[in-house]
Design a protein around this ligand. Structure first.
Ligand SMILES: *Cc1c(COP(=O)(O)O)cnc(C)c1O
Length: 228
């Protein structure tokens, strides 16, 4: 992790390289191909001048947790740097589905029927098809978004049958006070029995463990950009 007392902008390219080394090592330990794991650099709260050096260092996939914040800073960065992919990793209100489908290449927080309906409508209207993940609330935390594990199979069936949505995978955020491994294992198990290939799991503190449990998308913020 970068030293939080140091200026962040100058340290982020070397922090990115260190995260990349850790991902390589985790893939090698898990006997997985590095190409199976997408690193999402989570740039929430950081301004364009902190993001530009990370783009210059070669990173192209970024994550944001708020539609309005992403809309304010990313269109210009995307126009200036071809090949950027933007992932929405935070909760999405149905009334922002239009903007989300227009801006993001992936949405990791599909978690209720009303949002499915709004997304299906916008995907058809805009003919844009962001990759979709259903968020699973593996810790069944009342304050956290996501589908309860026991409801996941039925919700995934509804996404497909009632809304015509193609869901590519699952996302989870383990409770902060628990070991993440059982949560990653549970998410992987639900995905496997539903024929889903993509697993969005693992953050700065636990992405190596997540890779061990099959993560295909790791969402890493502070280990790259410094503390928020
Ligand atoms: C902020 C955030 C991350 C990144 O967290 P770090 O601990 O900074 O790596 C990952 N996933 C979600 C959903 C987030 O909101």
């Amino acid at each position: 992790m970068p030293d939080p007392s140091k200026p962040l902008t100058s340290s982020s390219p070397s922090a990115l390289a260190a995260v990349e080394q850790d991902i390589l090592r985790a893939c090698s330990d898990a006997k997985r191909d590095r190409a199976e794991v997408t690193l999402i650099a989570v740039s929430k709260t950081f301004a364009a001048d902190a993001i530009t050096p990370v783009i210059a260092a070669g990173q192209r996939v970024f994550g944001e947790n708020r539609v309005q914040e992403a809309k304010a800073k990313w269109p210009e960065l995307i126009a200036a740097h071809p090949g950027i992919q933007l992932h929405l990793i935070g909760p999405l209100q149905s009334n922002k589905a239009k903007e989300a489908v227009a801006l993001f290449d992936a949405i990791h927080s599909v978690d209720r029927s009303s949002l499915c309906a709004a997304l299906a409508k916008e995907i058809a209207a805009q003919n844009r098809h962001p990759q979709l993940f259903v968020q699973i609330n593996t810790g069944e935390e009342p304050q956290k978004a996501g589908i309860a594990p026991a409801d996941a199979d039925a919700f995934l069936a509804a996404c497909r049958n009632d809304y015509g949505l193609r869901i590519s995978g699952l996302m989870c955020i383990p409770p902060v006070d628990q070991a993440p491994a059982p949560h990653f294992a549970l998410t992987a198990k639900i995905a496997a029995r539903n024929g889903l290939t993509d697993l969005s799991m693992g953050m700065s503190a636990d992405f190596a463990t997540a890779i061990q449990f099959g993560a295909t998308h790791v969402r890493v913020g502070s280990a790259i950009f410094g503390h928020r």
